[in-house]
Design a protein around this ligand. Structure first.
Ligand code: TMP
Length: 222
């Protein structure tokens, strides 16, 4: 049975993931490798409804464990409905956030710790791991400024405040940042870190380098 390639993008809010995932999809497409783009939370009809609860500023305060469980409910649905079928059909799946986000935000930011998140991951996702994770790590200050600016802009345009996370204090984001670094140090084969306040093109170049390397490895082992 063919098995595709599961690539995730990770980073703080405002780290530029969404721009980069689109550019990566275009780069793959040009090489005759169409991919499927999805995001978490969201990516399925049910997931988009869960996303609304999670991001709506009126939902606060959500208990940290409720928040974590909703992230995994979204993920379980996405795996069953989108990710597994695509991988089984041999496709490349590009996913904007996966369990590393839960470990960083709920484990680190909300201080639930890694163990509870990884245990839930084992139970709900059967321990499914991305083949490659691209972790974008511009400085904390640059990411936050960008995320908060974007949220103000969206609220002015749509009247919806989807900034429940962006409203968190800097200390919360520092813990998220540190947890991301811990994950990268723990799993260097899977997680490729792209650090510093680089331009969009420079980040894209580093991403395609990492992806091209992984594609070669996959072709060799096929
Ligand atoms: P996004 O705007 O990058 O799509 O992410 C939505 C927000 O949800 C972002 O602030 C990070 C947060 N999040 C978590 O806290 N835990 C998770 O497991 C995921 C997937 C996202």
């Amino acid at each position: 049975m063919p098995h595709g390639l599961f690539i995730t993008l990770e980073g703080l809010d405002g780290s530029g993931k969404t721009t980069q995932i689109k550019r990566l999809a275009t780069w793959l497409e040009r090489r005759g490798l169409p991919s499927l783009m999805t995001r978490q939370p969201g990516g399925t009809a049910t997931g988009e409804r869960i996303r609304e609860i999670l991001l709506d500023a009126r939902s606060s305060p959500l208990a940290p464990l409720a928040e974590m469980a909703l992230m995994f409910a979204d993920r379980a649905q996405a795996i069953a409905e989108v990710i597994e079928p695509a991988l089984a059909a041999g496709k490349i799946v590009l996913c904007d956030r996966f369990t590393d986000s839960t470990e960083a935000y709920q484990g680190g930011g909300r201080q639930l710790g890694s163990d509870v998140v990884l245990e839930m991951h084992r139970l709900v996702c059967g321990g499914m791991q991305p083949d490659l994770t691209l972790l974008l790590l511009p400085s904390l200050e640059a990411s936050l400024a960008r995320a908060r600016r974007r949220n103000t802009h969206t609220e002015a345009k749509t009247g919806r405040n989807e900034g429940r996370f962006e409203a968190e204090q800097d200390a919360f984001y520092r813990r998220v940042w540190e947890k991301y670094r811990e994950i990268a140090a723990r799993e260097p084969q899977r997680v490729v870190c792209i650090e510093g306040n680089l331009g969009i093109d420079e980040v894209h170049e580093q991403i395609v380098e990492a992806v091209a390397e992984r594609l070669v490895t996959e072709t060799r082992s096929a």
